[in-house]
Design a protein around this ligand. Structure first.
Ligand code: GP9
Ligand code: MN
Length: 689
């Protein structure tokens, strides 16, 4: 071993000597001038794009995307060495043009959409029009043309080399050697880059929806390459297995009626009313009715719960698409897809959705959210879901003092939204709006801006000498969970203001308001343990031996991920507390019964029909019923009722869950709600017969 190391050391020293003596570095630069200029030009363009589109200090100094760009450009450029003479230049020129075009298009696209372009958008014909307009409108801006200058320099440099007779033409052997060495160098740079990535960076890259984040870390070329893979991948997988999928799909739904075949006490109860849906970011059930020193975390929600209908056993069913998955499931009663996210990979499918069915009943449908329209690809997907208009960040005034966390504060967002809704109400008979909040988003660290809400514990403790003392123990102060409650308190206050403003504008009189938490807040389990088992005397978790100690296991944590669902009307026509286990996919059929629409393909149920017989399936195959929570990965469960359950119950529910997830996924991937695809199949079937 020692010998080997010495040998290697010798070899390395000899190599360094050789580099020095033979002036390898300077001769490399001399002999590969065109290639190096090509690398420089392409990397410079990508860097300029980042600086012009996202001019922050972090971007100026960021080294990572430069490494990524060098790796991509070097690997692609290495193949140029396989070509002889002028062809080598032509190869490099073609790629330099491609890279420059990528930068130019993205530069123009960014000005218009504050995001980066995606090839998946090209499949929307209407979208091409929009992108086309954007490019044409912006092409005159100097900053979009800047990228052409480095390209021009590359062309000029080549001609200069030729003129001075310095453009080297290599023999076949040298060419292959050069190709190999360059490719290996590129691969090593790529490897170094990959090793430096954090798990968050990798997961965001895989999901590909947070485009600014990806371009900032991976550079524009890797972003665009990944974009092509994530956009085309689903199209390719949808090419295989269509017939089987369609058959299974038809069998699954064959017993269902085309029309609703029941009525109950809530049928049509909200018919004709305007509807405003509040998709409340990260609003988790644990905040409801919780107090700190007698102060309610959510006084406004607590009031609405009493005045309206509160579903206290309600779960979101999200996968990696978090907010967007809830938007899918709420609007369509379908489950998130098994690969990628529906919003990014399958936005161009046909969906049967609440807004599209309400549109048939004469409603004007819109959505509102003060983030970039391309976040989660909402611009495209909200249109696919049947929203007539999406009011995104571009339509809101975002003053610096109104920014909290991810962007525009809920208070400002709501105030501006009420103005918009007022206008809509003047222009349309009936309307349905989906309003997405933003402030209550992880990491809940903007606590200075949430307003004062101490999450301490004021209590009386008995000292060892028997004396008593009034103390204010820190409790959840300084924890993420504590900050979360501060943030929710702010979100609740904003909601209260929204209700007041809506009422003042007379917009609540004939309107039903639906409020739900979009998913849990991803809070650490250890902090739940602290919350439930806090000892103010020691400012720590109680001893497990303490008789008041509550054992908090992973199932309790899963059950605590519940989110509230509220249906509220000013006239109090819908009231009560509903305990049935219910999931996001049950909202469409439940609301459909109340508003007078029906979707045969809903995977959930009207909760007032299925009642305590319901099952909520999660995208990972777990499920929960009134009787038990089942973890399908571990094959473990927790009983929720004092009832003995047999093996059959678990097997049947497992089968049900798997089938449901499979059908949902196939319906989306193979575009099975598309009437044209139905026609095609019918044609095929009639030919067979
Ligand atoms: C982004 C917001 C948050 O606009 O809806 O998305 P999330 O991180 O919750 O999926
Ligand atoms: Mn969310």
């Amino acid at each position: 071993m020692k010998k080997k190391i010495i040998k290697l050391k010798d070899k390395f020293i000899r190599y360094i000597k050789r580099i020095k003596e033979e002036k390898l570095i300077s001769s490399y630069f001399k002999n590969n001038r065109l290639f190096l200029v090509y690398v420089f030009v392409c990397v410079l363009n990508s860097t300029l794009l980042r600086i012009f589109t996202m001019p922050t200090m972090e971007n100026y100094l960021s080294f990572k995307p430069i490494v990524a760009d060098i790796a991509v450009v070097t690997i692609i450029g290495s193949f140029s060495y396989l070509f002889k003479g002028k062809k080598r230049y032509t190869y490099l020129l073609i790629w330099a043009i491609i890279f420059t075009t990528i930068c130019t298009i993205n530069s123009a696209y960014y000005t218009f959409y504050t995001s980066f372009a995606s090839v998946s958008m090209l499949s929307l014909t209407q979208y091409i029009g929009q992108v086309g307009d954007a490019v044409v409108e912006n092409v005159l801006q100097i900053k979009d043309l800047v990228y052409i200058f480095p390209l021009g320099f590359f062309i000029y440099y080549y001609h200069r080399l030729v003129k001075k007779d310095k453009y080297k033409i290599y023999g076949k052997e040298t060419r292959i050697k050069k190709f190999k060495n360059t490719l290996i160098t590129g691969a090593i740079i790529l490897l170094l880059f990959v090793v430096s990535l954090s798990s968050l960076e990798i997961s965001r890259f895989v999901k590909q929806w947070n485009r600014e984040y990806i371009v900032m870390r991976f550079g524009i070329y890797m972003y665009q390459g990944n974009d092509i893979v994530t956009s085309i991948g689903p199209q390719i997988s949808a090419m295989f297995g269509y017939d089987d999928a369609k058959k299974e799909f038809n069998e699954y739904y064959q017993d269902r009626n085309d029309e609703q075949d029941y009525t109950n006490e809530y049928t049509d109860i909200l018919e004709g009313k305007n509807v405003i849906v509040i998709h409340a970011e990260s609003l988790q059930g644990i905040a409801i009715n919780r107090t700190f020193n007698g102060e309610e975390v959510t006084p406004n929600l607590n009031r609405l719960i009493k005045e309206g209908m509160y579903f206290n056993n309600f779960y979101s069913q999200v996968s990696v698409g978090t907010s967007s998955d809830t938007e899918l499931t709420y609007n369509t009663s379908l489950m998130p897809t098994q690969n990628g996210t529906a919003f990014v990979s399958y936005f161009d499918r046909t969906y049967i959705s609440t807004p599209s069915l309400l549109k048939e009943k004469g409603y004007y449908t819109f959505s509102m959210h003060a983030n970039n329209a391309d976040f989660w690809n909402r611009r495209a997907m909200h249109e696919s879901l049947g929203y007539d208009k999406f009011y995104s960040k571009e339509t809101y005034k975002v003053n610096d003092e109104d920014i909290i966390g991810l962007g525009l504060s809920d208070k400002s967002f709501f105030a501006q939204s009420v103005e918009k809704i007022k206008k809509i109400s003047e222009e349309h008979d009936k309307y349905y709006g989906y309003v997405i909040t933003l402030t209550n988003h992880t990491p809940f660290s903007d606590i200075d801006k949430y307003g004062d809400f101490p999450v301490t514990m004021k209590t009386t403790i008995t000292n060892e000498d028997g004396t008593t003392e009034e103390i204010e123990a820190p409790y959840l102060e300084g924890t993420k969970l504590g900050n979360y409650f501060k943030s929710v308190h702010y979100a609740d206050e904003a909601l209260g203001e929204f209700f007041n403003e809506m009422d003042e504008a007379g917009l609540l009189d004939n309107t039903a308001i639906i409020i739900f938490g979009d998913h849990d807040a991803r809070l650490p389990r250890s902090e739940f343990n602290l919350m439930y088992n806090y000892d103010p005397a020691t400012d720590d978790i109680k001893d497990e031996e303490d008789p008041t100690y509550i054992d908090y296991d992973s199932f309790d944590y899963e059950l605590d991920r519940k989110v509230p669902l509220i249906i509220w009307t000013k006239d109090g026509s819908v009231q009560g507390e509903i305990n049935y286990t219910m999931g996001m996919y049950d909202v469409m059929p439940t609301l459909g019964n109340m508003l007078g629409f029906y979707n045969k393909y809903a995977l959930g149920h009207d909760i007032f029909e299925i009642k305590d017989n319901n099952i909520v399936v999660f995208p990972n195959g777990n499920w929960v019923t009134d009787k038990m929570y089942y973890n399908s990965q571990k094959g473990e469960y927790k009983l929720l009722k004092d009832e003995i359950i047999d093996e059959n119950y678990i097997n049947e529910n497992n089968e049900y869950a798997e089938k449901l997830l499979d059908i949902s996924n196939k319906a989306i991937v193979f575009d099975l709600f598309n009437p044209n695809s139905e026609e095609e199949v019918n044609e095929a079937v009639s030919k067979e017969n």
